[in-house]
Design a protein around this ligand. Structure first.
Ligand code: NAP
Length: 202
């Protein structure tokens, strides 16, 4: 699959490395592509990255992701799968959307995109290498079943077993997954490490 990743930070680079390892072709979209030499995939402008790829991963800071997407423009995202892994928190780790979610905001701003929220509940090492921990869960929220199937295939490539992928429902369900960031931060503080995850058991 050919994918764009918006952002060139830690998560973007980790995703690019694992996607390349699992047979995908990645292009980064950056605010300043000329300054991003030496990355593990080509870097273009944000707009070109979206224009050239049908699957786009949002790996920008969640507090600015909506602004970034609106800057690229809703028309550019028409028909595209937008895989949103971002958490929208303030620097003091408050929720930017306490009564909503970034996933819902992105879907509302980009009505012709197929937004799928996923992987935001795990540290970047865990999201791309789940086999490093005992079996745990990854969550998927989105209104479009085919887009969620595309995301499930990417997750499978990272090593997420079928029964570890929990479909939470429509994009409105991203709210719970995003608000988990508060508990994630508490776990991290308590454990002193981001190398953990949760599992849905029943
Ligand atoms: N770190 C984790 O383990 C983890 C786990 C789950 C989810 N997440 C989420 O993944 C996203 C990315 O996290 P990260 O740790 O990779 O962040 P990061 O290292 O700060 O990278 C974010 C990238 O987004 C781009 N960007 C676009 N607009 C920006 C703006 N206004 N200000 C700053 N950067 C901007 C930048 O790339 P350019 O300079 O090339 O434009 C930057 O390198 C966040 O939403 C985070 O909540 C992180």
């Amino acid at each position: 699959m050919r994918l764009a990743i918006l952002g060139t930070g830690n998560v973007a680079q980790m995703l690019a490395r694992r996607l390349s390892e699992t047979g995908h072709e990645v292009t980064f979209g950056s605010r300043d592509p000329a300054s991003k030499g030496g990355l593990n995939a080509p870097v273009t402008s944000l707009a070109d990255a979206v224009a050239g790829n049908d699957v786009v991963i949002n790996a920008t800071p969640g507090a600015v992701s909506l602004e970034v997407a609106e800057g690229i423009g809703a028309a550019a995202f028409a028909g595209k799968v937008l895989v949103d892994v971002a958490n929208a928190n303030t620097p003091s780790f408050e929720l930017v959307y306490p009564n909503s979610s970034l996933g819902e905001k992105l879907q509302a701003a980009l009505p012709d995109a197929k937004v799928v929220k996923t992987m935001n509940t795990a540290a970047m090492t865990v999201m791309t290498e789940p086999g490093a921990l005992p079996p745990s869960s990854v969550f998927v929220s989105g209104d479009d079943a085919a887009a969620k199937a595309t995301v499930a295939s990417l997750l499978a490539g990272f090593g997420w077993a079928d029964d570890s992928i929990v479909d939470l429902g429509g994009i409105a369900s991203a709210r719970g997954a995003e608000h988990y960031s508060l508990l994630f931060a508490a776990f991290m503080q308590s454990l002193g490490s981001p190398n953990f995850n949760i599992r849905l058991v029943r």
